[in-house]
Write a protein that binds this ligand. Structure first.
Ligand code: KIV
Ligand code: NA
Length: 255
């Protein structure tokens, strides 16, 4: 798709029902992201998410999809402790969860781990730039790669990820010019989020783009629906009808 200039369109998914809707709509990649820590579990970061959490949600997503590629996120502390530990956890995401590939955050520092997973037969998606598992290192969720040295470091990260054998790389939270340069310099597809229009594909957190989650809305999110409002309206109608005995009606009633 990169060679043909066809954009790769990706969304996160965490359960059967939504995975099925996204898959039937023709989404290319479903990411079982550790963003589930925020939008499913209600934490204020991705750090508390465990590999068992991601396995649980991966199983549900896999049951709902027919054609999309399923990528499962490797949570914090499941790959940073060494290649063997990473292999064990990636293996579980594939064997128990049913994922076809995994994603992990980091560039130069994770190259040996990416290489180890690829050699064991697990395709890896990289993730560089604003990597949320390093939020405390960054001192907040801040756009990365603004200065020349920082931009160079992120370019090095992306190239290290490609060199290590990753099949694609997420570029998160960086200036559009940097994402364009990386996209030109690597042969693997770049999947952007908060990285501008020049990436080979785009990803959003599905709860953000559907307007289900509004605790905070980063600048890079576009709302394509306002399901929070839609659901609230449906629930208020239901309450009203139960209270006025308009529901259940004759057609919902057994005799
Ligand atoms: O966890 C996630 O949803 C992600 C994407 C936003 C890239 O890592
Ligand atoms: Na993630």
């Amino acid at each position: 798709m990169k060679e043909k200039g066809e954009k790769i369109v990706c969304l996160t998914a965490y359960d059967y029902c939504l995975a099925r809707i996204l898959d039937e709509s023709g989404i290319d990649i479903l990411l079982v992201g550790d963003s589930l820590g925020s939008v499913v579990q209600g934490h204020d970061s991705t750090l508390p998410v465990t590999v068992d959490d991601v396995i649980y949600h991966t199983k549900a997503v896999v049951r709902g999809r027919r054609r999309a590629l399923v990528v499962s996120d490797m949570p914090f502390m499941t790959f940073q402790l060494g290649v063997d530990e990473a292999k064990r956890n990636a293996g579980r995401l594939v064997q128990e969860g049913g994922a076809e590939s995994v994603k992990l955050e980091g560039g130069v520092t994770q190259a040996a781990t990416i290489e180890g997973l690829v050699k064991m037969g697990v395709p890896v998606m990289g993730h560089v730039g604003l990597t949320p598992q390093s939020v405390h290192q960054f001192g907040g969720y801040r756009i990365q790669g603004r200065g020349e040295a920082d931009a160079r470091a992120i370019l090095d990260d992306a190239m290290a990820v490609e060199q290590a054998g990753a099949f694609a790389v997420v570029l998160e939270g960086m200036p559009v010019q940097l994402a364009r340069e990386i996209t030109q310099r690597v042969s693997i597809p770049t999947i952007g989020i908060g990285a501008g229009m020049h990436c080979d594909g785009q990803i959003l957190v599905v709860h953000d783009m559907l307007g289900l989650f509004d605790d905070f809305t980063p600048k890079f999110v576009k709302r394509y629906a306002n399901l929070k409002e839609t659901i609230g309206g449906a629930v208020r109608s239901y309450m009203e009808e139960v209270r006025t005995e308009a529901f259940p009606a004759e057609e919902h009633t057994f005799h």
